[in-house]
Design a protein. Structure first.
Length: 260
């Protein structure tokens, strides 16, 4: 069992804490006894070669693996003092509190406005819905571009705008944590830069965990980096340390491009 990595949370409880977390797809192990703490209001990047378990680990943090019939999760993920895998925990509520942005933009076949309003509506939001939509679009740095065409189809937006719309849709239900699975991998360099700038701004209000294959991106936007290899957490620490003075040879080999 991996030891829990004691990351400096600056006097605050961690936003999430995984302990001895493992995932199997059928009999095939995908994540092996991972233990780690995710600090509040920080960006944590998960890096590693393809097949190293990054996305599987990310999906553990809001129980998305429940939707995969062959997936079996053991260990615990503690959020607000509660193990998310306890029998009395509602996974739908987990996914409201811990939102997910996927690799490719996946807007609903609805208007820009209805995409953002969807989550608050199904969650029984009783406040000013127009204001909630506007706030989420502003947080996602999309409002100035769409404020005069909220009734337009979401698919009329560019790829980068669609991804920011999906981020706004996630923020509209006011989560505590935002998970992002390679959110810029399908975007051009300019749109990628906008997403990176947005992530930097969002950590003022949210804890963000991001999976990325892009070493430069991890170095630019994250406060902490976790390197996974073959489902095992090899090293986890401040991003500057991981990229300039890692403890593990395998970490150094990966971040310098010698393997992976």
């Amino acid at each position: 069992m991996s030891s829990i990595h004691d990351i400096d949370t600056r006097g605050r409880s961690p936003a999430l804490e995984a302990a001895d977390l493992s995932v199997h797809y059928g009999t095939v192990p995908a994540v092996r006894s991972v233990s780690m703490k995710i600090p509040s209001n920080r960006v944590v990047a998960l890096i590693g070669p393809s097949g190293s378990g990054k996305s599987t680990l990310l999906r553990c943090f809001n129980r998305m693996n429940d939707l995969i019939p062959s997936a079996h999760v053991s260990g615990s993920v503690t959020f607000s003092g509660k193990n998310l895998y306890d029998d009395d925990v509602d996974p739908v509520e987990v996914r409201r509190r811990i939102g997910m942005v996927f690799q490719r933009p996946n807007p609903f076949p609805k208007s820009i406005y209805e995409n953002v309003a969807f989550g608050p509506r199904i969650n029984g939001f009783s406040g000013d819905l127009d204001k909630q939509v506007e706030t989420a679009l502003k947080q996602a740095a999309l409002w100035p571009e769409v404020m005069n065409r909220l009734d337009a189809p979401a698919y009329s937006l560019s790829g980068g705008q669609q991804q920011r719309l999906c981020i706004a849709r996630t923020l509209a239900v006011v989560p505590d944590i935002v998970l992002m699975d390679e959110p810029a991998s399908a975007l051009d360099p300019i749109a990628t830069q906008r997403i990176e700038e947005l992530i930097y701004e969002l950590k003022q209000k949210y804890t963000i965990v991001i999976v990325t294959h892009n070493m430069q991106q991890a170095a630019r936007i994250s406060d902490y980096t976790a390197f996974l290899y073959m489902g095992t957490l090899i090293e986890y620490g401040p991003t500057e340390t991981i990229f300039t003075n890692p403890r593990e040879e395998r970490t150094e080999a990966y971040v310098t491009g010698r393997f992976g």
